[in-house]
Ligand binder design. Structure first.
Ligand SMILES: [Zn+2]
Length: 94
């Protein structure tokens, strides 16, 4: 769907009419309507700027929730089986 708009009139009060030539014109001022591009360059730049601010925040928030649900393992002690194995080796040497 291609949108048309009048660049001079308020978008709230615009209505389209067809001229005698068959082209779409503004109902208020009679100017030819301009095709509205689907994605403008300004929108892309704004999206990039907004994402640079929001993405780290969202990333941080996801990890915050993830750590609340499943807290990271804070065992710093060595595995007991591994310790027994080391003790056996020490005993064999002595
Ligand atoms: Zn107009």
């Amino acid at each position: 769907m291609v949108l048309y708009y009048c660049p001079y009139c308020n978008p709230k009060y615009q209505f389209k009419t067809q001229s005698s030539k068959g082209t779409l014109i503004c109902g208020l001022c009679g100017e030819d309507l301009v095709k509205k591009p689907f994605i403008r360059l300004n929108q892309i730049i704004a999206l990039v700027a907004a994402s640079t601010l929001l993405l780290p925040l969202i990333y941080n928030f996801i990890f915050l929730i993830k750590n609340q649900i499943n807290p990271p393992n804070k065992k710093y002690q060595a595995n007991s089986r591994l310790m027994i194995g080391i003790k056996d080796k020490i005993n064999k040497i002595n």
